[in-house]
Design a protein around this ligand. Structure first.
Ligand SMILES: Nc1ncnc2c1ncn2[C@@H]1O[C@H](COP(=O)(O)OP(=O)(O)O)[C@@H](O)[C@H]1O
Ligand SMILES: [Mg+2]
Ligand SMILES: [Zn+2]
Length: 589
């Protein structure tokens, strides 16, 4: 096939669009792949839709080997989502609408309920299992922060699949089949990615992994061990509990003492004052890690109710809001406002300590602490009156929490939870997510089948997503350079980009002949036959990002054309006679 730039529905832009923050969004817009229709909603132009369809085809080809394709509507009735609890749980992220009869509908954010109900209708015996179904479908989520173009849209395309098994072993096998298929898909898509343990989050269920495209602009932070193969989204990092002291050892610790610590509402001011006025006797100086700071948040539940929560972490660490969000989902944590503090007079802002926290305390506020705050650890913390702190407050002796929480920030150099070696962090874009849902939806919607013994059992499910439209941007983000897009072969909008660089019939004739010979050999050719200067054409070729660029111009009088590799920048002169075979070779690799 030959695509002529003279007639292609395309206008490239020299300037970055004003609303674009990340390279992929800028480049996809400038190179004429996508156009914004509304915030978080995009239209595909011809080049963009080609790349999108190639990605979709790869996903479909690999999924067809392990699953059967179906297709659900995007416009869905309320009832199944009511039964699973998600009509409410999804909160403001759900697009809800009414039909003319005032019936409630939604635009599907993901389709667990519909798949479960369809299978319930058709399947009644273990003999019909295992079963795997998938679709490639447009999803709708009214994201609070639609961002970075098609990376986080409000309308986007997802491949979602679901597996149905009679027992846990079946689910594990289905999960592994998906994991393998995902590895094949992402290898073929041609970008670098990491597979990391993830939180099952609002979906319920247990085992879960994410496939993250490596990208500096990624919204997800993950850590990997510098020694073993542990890798996890920071949301899913479980810091092991620090060792606890025995009752006898705790009894030997010095008693807690309250001190005047005027004007020390921050950890830094507190540590300075401690070292000046209350130096330690063991030769060490006080550091922020010796202090226990308590953060207060209001948890906004999807049903509108609000509950306070206090989180205690060592003072040298912040509470990581994304880790906290993952722990309290579907509730949303919002830091205490002045008005919230005012409703709890026992809380001395800046000097809040465990004395007034906990379900059995004066405030009744649930109090959860970092696992480092284990029995026998001694802390400097607020004494619950302005300008006062307590030194040597011992967990398990002087206070106890209602539970622990994994919400403190994870840092480079922290010990790996598996082997203890230092962790290092990187950022990524979530491309795929596989998880063992278990029986949550089957229970909620009554999906049961008869087992070998004629007994009714609840089916166990897996759920697996790939961001198909997001992949266009994630691959672009992962592979682009400062000149433009750089597509991996399998997803490029064409195999070769021929530039007619010069005037004259011989140049044009040679280009036309090479183009048609390539097309006959089954190569997808983009031919820049426009009346533009070579400089403009070169810049566009680099911006558009087809993997092989061939320049037919000045060299022709010496019998050569130039073949450029877009990714490496390598250039070589090739005799015209060999041009076609050499280009075919480059394309077929
Ligand atoms: N707003 C979005 N825009 C584009 N792709 C998305 C969006 N939300 C999710 N996806 C894609 O769909 C896949 C499966 O979605 P899911 O795991 O339910 O998303 P999330 O973890 O954001 O809730 C994700 O891995 C991601 O690739
Ligand atoms: Mg996910
Ligand atoms: Zn390790």
């Amino acid at each position: 096939m030959i695509t002529r730039l003279s007639t292609l529905f395309l206008r490239t832009l020299r300037e970055d669009p004003a609303d674009a923050e990340v390279p992929s969004h800028k480049l996809l817009t400038r190179a004429g792949y996508i156009r914004r229709a509304a915030p978080g909603i995009y239209s595909w132009m011809p080049l963009g839709y080609r790349v999108y369809r190639k990605i979709e085809a790869i996903v479909r080809e690999e999924m067809d080997k392990i699953s059967q394709e179906v297709h659900f509507p995007a416009l869905l009735p309320r009832e199944p989502y009511e039964a699973s609890g998600r009509w409410t749980e999804y909160g403001d992220n759900l697009f809800r609408l009414k039909d003319r009869k005032k019936g409630d509908y939604l635009l599907g954010p993901t389709h667990e309920e519909m798949f479960t109900l369809m299978v319930k209708d058709i399947v009644s015996s273990y003999k019909q299992l295992p079963l795997a179904l998938y679709q490639i479908q447009t999803k709708y989520r009214d994201e609070a922060r639609p961002r970075a173009g098609i990376l986080r849209g409000r309308e986007f395309v997802m491949k979602d699949s679901y597996t149905f098994d009679i027992d846990d072993a079946g689910l594990e096998a289905a999960y592994q089949r998906h994991r393998e298929a995902y590895i094949k898909i992402f290898d073929r898509l041609g970008f670098s990615y990491a597979i990391v343990s993830a939180m099952a989050g609002a979906m319920g269920g247990s085992k879960s992994e994410e496939f993250l495209a490596e990208a500096k602009v990624g919204e997800d932070t993950y850590v990997r061990c510098t020694n073993c193969d542990y890798a996890a989204n920071v949301e899913a990092v479980a810091v092991p509990a620090a060792p606890t002291l025995s009752a006898g050892e705790i009894a030997k610790l010095p008693g807690a003492r309250v001190h005047d610590t005027p004007d020390t509402p921050t950890i830094d001011t507190l540590v300075d004052l401690l070292n000046a006025a209350h130096p330690r006797t063991d030769g060490r100086v006080w550091t922020a890690a010796d202090t226990l700071k308590n953060l207060l948040v209001m948890l906004h539940q999807p049903d509108g109710t609000v509950l306070p929560l206090a989180i205690g972490v060592p003072g040298d660490r912040e509470v990581d809001m994304k880790r906290l969000e993952a722990q309290v989902a579907p509730a949303e944590p919002v830091p205490f406002s002045e008005a919230d503090f005012a409703t709890y007079p026992a809380l001395a802002k800046g000097y809040v300590g465990p004395g007034v926290l906990g379900e059995d305390s004066a405030t009744g506020i649930r109090y959860v602490v970092d696992p480092r705050v284990s029995g026998g650890t001694a802390w400097v913390t607020g004494a619950d009156s302005p300008g006062h702190h307590v030194i040597g407050l011992v967990a398990g002796r002087d206070f106890s929490a209602d539970g622990t929480i994994q919400a403190a920030e994870v840092r480079d150099g922290d010990p790996c939870p598996v082997c203890g070696a230092p962790l290092e962090s990187a950022r990524g874009i979530e491309m795929g997510h596989i998880f063992q849902l278990g029986r949550k939806y089957a229970d909620a919607l009554g999906l049961q089948v008869l087992d070998q013994n004629g007994k009714l059992v609840t089916v166990t499910m897996g759920s697996y997503g790939i961001g198909v439209s997001r992949a266009v941007a994630a691959i672009a983000e992962n592979t682009c350079d400062d000149k433009g897009l750089v597509w991996p072969r399998e997803v490029a909008p064409a195999d070769v980009h021929l530039v007619i660089a010069g005037k004259g019939d011989d140049i044009r004739d040679a280009a036309e002949r090479i183009a048609s010979e390539l097309a006959s050999a089954g190569i997808d050719v983009m031919l820049d036959d426009r009346d533009a200067s070579p400089g403009v054409k070169f810049a566009d070729a680099e911006l558009i990002g087809v993997p092989t660029i061939v320049v037919i111009g000045r060299g022709l009088k010496d019998g050569v054309v130039e073949v450029r590799d877009r990714a490496s920048g390598d250039r070589s002169d090739v005799p015209v006679r060999e041009a076609v075979s050499r280009i075919v070779e480059a394309v077929r690799g």
